[in-house]
Design a protein around this ligand. Sequence first.
Ligand code: HEM
Ligand SMILES: [Ca+2]
Ligand SMILES: [Ca+2]
Length: 324
Amino acid sequence: MRNHACFMLFVKVALGMGILVGVWEAQLDYDYYKSSCPDVENTVRKAVLGVILTDPTAPAAFLRLLFHDCQVQGCDASILLDSKPAKGNSEMASGMNLGIRRLETIHSIKEKLEAKCPGQVSCADIVALAAKVSVAPSGGPDIQIPLGRKDSTTSSRQAADVKIPPSNVTVDTLLDIFKSKSLNLEESVAIMGAHTLGGGHCLNIVDRLFDRQPDDQINPGFGVILRLLCPTKTPLTNLTVVPNDKTPLCFDNQYYRDVLLGNGLFTIDSRISTDQRTAPIVRQFAADSRRFFRVFTSAFVKLSSSNVLTNEEGQVRRKCNQVN
Ligand code: HEM
Ligand SMILES: [Ca+2]
Ligand SMILES: [Ca+2]
């Protein structure tokens, strides 16, 4: 299995990358559950590894879930709330959350943790941990993250509509988004390396393929393949998924090599390979996966610690889909 080969290939690098990034978000704590739920990380890891056995694309789902949670109101598990009282007002009802999956795994991890340490572990920390423990088994760095996020009591579809960037977002907006979470330029390019895993629906690609003005950032050969995979704007466009890079189960720097060759799946992937500010960094990561892993690690800690609720600002939901 490619995933396994990838794991073997990168195990040394991953081990070498277990560096602690300084606690940048002062209110979170690397030892937060030391006495209240010491086994929390292993519980999440075991559950995620179990899921990967039957669904090797699950790590991609957990990484994207974290981004989409953190992007709306901060990393507060708002994405898991069902809408009440108004139907259809959950974040998941937003079209921007098309393809978000594996929420059921988060709910089942929560049930396990409620049995072990009732009322202790927030859903927001579970979302962050599920993403974190997804990276190393895919061949990426072993990241340490601080914990202690609390869960929100609110969520709204409209916020997701506005805050989650579309596939054709500009580099300016991308840099603004990550700057607001304290990521520097290099970290902003590194966090996009999450697109080394998983894939996207044709729906998010077809606009690049069939408009009268062909997208000149797509390599012509790759364009032919994409037009074959995503033939027309039909209902199927909502269903077909195309891989993000050539190694979608492997957390490697292939994404950067692909985008440099004009094989970026989304408009934004192509844009970072040509924008004067980001292109030199894309080239560095394409040539040096250790560097990509190191910068991705610090970027991940910042993203997953952004706009968190701590202490009395939020709650530890007993069920992740509803407030207490
Ligand atoms: C400007 C920023 C970003 C844009 C515009 C963007 C856009 C997208 C789009 C359109 C998809 C395809 C969704 C689908 O059609 O199913 C996608 C997939 C994905 N994104 Fe992003 N993304 C961004 C940043 C990020 C970040 C920061 C992460 C994680 C840290 C991330 C992780 C992923 C992953 C892992 C997938 C594949 C999901 C799967 O296979 O289920 N993305 N992204
Ligand atoms: Ca959120
Ligand atoms: Ca890859």
